[in-house]
Design a protein around this ligand. Structure first.
Ligand code: PGA
Length: 249
């Protein structure tokens, strides 16, 4: 059976615990569970336990961390480890989001350590990759994405709980999104690299970058787009419930 389509909400540095409670009251009132679809929320760490506990009784809904450190514990002020977020209810972690890479200077090597730590800790790893506008205009999209993937995937077992999110940096938070065809082409390149590492063709590859109610259906209609990772348009429960109601043709 194919894997469920995944709708992932990346709240970034928004939605404190109190707001998360009222958000989920509204979202749960609107959302109708559906076979073949799951929804994951990535709240800021201070809201993780609130969100995870509220979703606990809903099999198709889960919560995860936006980032983790690769060490399990230690003197890393401000950082969160896999055991810490797991105990707060995380089932997954985003790794290598473009804001981590480009705002906080995270390297491919650090991303690799984080993916390994997440998988070893029994969580799902959602590895984010994507090119900048200069790289796209220079025709380097496939090469950049392949480099990011190869750095992080060495040593990942074929049965690892791994999801890839293709998020072109120029499309994140900008209102510009890749055309469904461009996204599908990048996804096809990603699948070639997954194959190099013996990872199964059933591995889900999400698209992210200015996904909204108006473009989500066309994106999900493309072969090889198995879900979406959504920032801005996931912050409103009504809009997010509408996005999550999209049926993949
Ligand atoms: P956006 O963010 O939907 O606001 O473009 C997506 C992301 O950063 O994951």
């Amino acid at each position: 059976m194919s894997q469920p389509v995944l709708f992932a909400a990346n709240w970034k540095m928004h939605v404190a615990p109190g707001e998360a409670r009222s958000y989920l009251d509204r979202f749960l009132a609107l959302d109708a569970p559906r076979v073949g679809r799951s929804v994951a929320f990535f709240p800021p760490a201070v809201s993780l336990e609130t969100v995870a506990s509220r979703l606990h009784d809903h099999d198709h809904l889960s919560a995860g961390a936006q980032d983790v450190h690769w060490e399990a514990k230690g003197a890393f002020t401000g950082a969160l480890s896999v055991p810490l977020v797991r105990e707060s209810g995380a089932a997954a972690a985003l790794i290598g989001h473009s804001e981590r890479r480009h705002v906080f200077g995270e390297t491919d090597a650090e991303t690799a350590l984080k993916v390994a730590a997440v998988l070893a800790g029994g969580l799902q790893a959602i590895l984010c990759v994507g090119e900048t506008l200069t790289q796209r205009e220079g025709g380097e999209t496939d090469a950049v994405v392949a480099r990011q993937l190869r750095a992080a995937l060495a040593g990942v077992a074929p049965d690892a709980d791994l999801v890839i999110a293709y998020e072109p940096v120029w499309a994140i938070g900008t209102g510009k999104n890749a055309t469904p065809e461009d996204a599908a082409a990048a996804h096809a390149g990603i699948r070639v690299v997954l194959g190099e590492f013996g990872l199964p063709t059933s591995t889900r590859v999400l698209y992210g970058g200015s996904v909204n109610q108006g473009n989500v259906a066309a994106l999900l209609a493309q072969p090889g787009i198995d879900g979406v990772l959504v920032g801005g348009a996931s912050l409103d429960p009504d809009g997010w419930a509408a996005i999550c109601a999209t049926i993949r043709p």
